[in-house]
Design a protein around this ligand. Structure first.
Ligand code: GLU
Length: 394
């Protein structure tokens, strides 16, 4: 007897987490696997942030449920950060702190979508966007960017995708999985199209804000006319190397923040009190550690780019942020037993013991995602192994 709901049966597994689990499994069996699948800083959470958590435990004041939307002082600090760093005006009661940006986004889709409502997703996109839209019974409408345009869909594509069922638009900048960064001009063009559709909510996922090599980070919510309809999503995982702590947040129009709060109150109560105190330390301390990590990613980006460029049949662009490459590997399809990117991913895992993620789950089946949040030594080794394994296919 199959007791599972249609909802769960129809849901796809997170391909990033699935590949990470596969790599872990092989490692446990004794294989020397280099894992470039999970988008996770290889750095430890900076010491002063760890100390913030330890102090919270020693204080003994943070063992009870936190307010559903997060501690007021943390929300005040986030409000201040939005104002100072992003030119965004979200009052503390417009902020909801969640168990990672993933939960923030789940809250939003559950709050916004009725069955059949459409969400325009800039593709390639992070795997969980589509799964969460579908969980909320919405419909994904993809607008796809080409590698030749740094994977950035343009404003005409946005305009063509809007229907009377469009409820929201979502993108990440810097982008997971492509590393693309929208410029102010890109956002102005987007805002121009959206000005004719004030009922559409814009969800800007800025979780990679601190890993941006393109210059100043721009928040679409800071553009004229965008403030009251934009939800800005951010968190601590990537910029502060705090993936396991699970702290994400949104700044949103008040009615939507209240709805996210209501959902969260029923699903998780609030997020971990100690993790919130660590997050407050991260936000209110100098950002030297984050800058040092971003510098390391910058060096590695060049290293990996040069090595990828040398592999015949691999098309690659230079990402402007985050810590991913998203090369087109379709020239290998049809060689030996490789039919698609998923096959190639498995082949590379088995043949070279390097784990990557197939582009399929990101809405681009011609590509593979490689996370370069790994040491230079591991990256060099991984690229040498990948090159050798791909040579065998030619
Ligand atoms: N966001 C990271 C990634 O894309 C972590 C895994 C996940 O939640 O998808 O790899």
């Amino acid at each position: 007897m199959d007791l599972l709901s249609e909802r769960i049966k129809n849901m796809v597994e997170s391909s990033t987490l699935a590949m990470a689990a596969k790599a872990r499994e092989m490692k446990q069996k004794g294989f020397d696997v280099i894992s470039l699948s999970l988008g996770e800083p290889d750095f430890k959470t900076p010491k002063h942030i760890q100390e913030g958590a330890k102090k919270a435990i020693d204080d003994g004041k943070y063992f009870s449920y936190a307010p559903v939307n997060g501690y007021l002082d943390l929300r005040e600090a986030i409000s201040e950060k939005f104002k100072k760093e992003n030119e965004l005006n979200y009052a503390p009661d417009q902020i909801v702190v969640s168990n990672g940006a993933k939960q923030s986004i789940a809250n939003l889709f559950l709050a916004l979508l009725d069955p059949g409502d459409e969400v325009i997703i800039y593709a390639p996109y992070w795997v969980s966007y589509s799964a969460l839209v579908e969980l909320a019974e919405g419909k994904c409408v993809l607008i796809k960017g080409d590698i030749k345009d740094d994977f950035k869909a343009n404003a005409d594509q946005l305009k063509a995708a809007i229907t009377d069922k469009t409820k929201a638009v979502i993108f990440s900048s810097p982008c997971n999985p492509t590393g693309s960064v929208f410029t102010r001009e890109d956002f102005e063009a987007m805002a121009q199209v959206l000005s004719a559709h004030p009922e559409i909510i814009v969800i800007a996922d800025e979780i990679y804000e601190l890993i941006n090599f393109a210059g100043a980070h721009v928040s679409i919510g800071s553009l004229p006319g965008m403030e009251h309809r934009t939800v800005t999503v951010n968190g601590f995982a990537k910029g502060f190397a705090m993936t396991g702590w699970r702290v994400g947040y949104i700044g949103a129009p008040l009615w939507l923040a209240k709805a996210a709060n209501k959902i969260q109150g029923q699903i998780t109560s609030a997020n971990c009190s100690i993790a919130q105190r660590a997050a407050l330390t991260a936000l209110t301390s100098p950002k030297e550690a984050s800058k040092a990590m971003a510098n390391a990613y910058y060096q590695r980006r060049q290293l990996v780019y040069d090595l990828l460029k040398k592999i015949p049949g691999v098309e690659v662009n230079m990402p402007q942020g985050a810590f991913y490459f998203f090369p087109d590997v379709s020239s290998y399809f049809g060689k030996k037993e490789i039919h698609n990117a998923a096959d190639l991913c498995i082949y590379l895992l088995e043949e070279s013991h390097v784990s990557l993620v197939s582009g399929e789950g990101f809405g681009e089946p011609n590509c593979l995602r490689l996370s370069y949040a790994a040491s230079e030594e591991h990256l060099k080794m991984a690229l040498a192994r990948i090159t050798k394994a791909l040579e065998k296919l030619i």
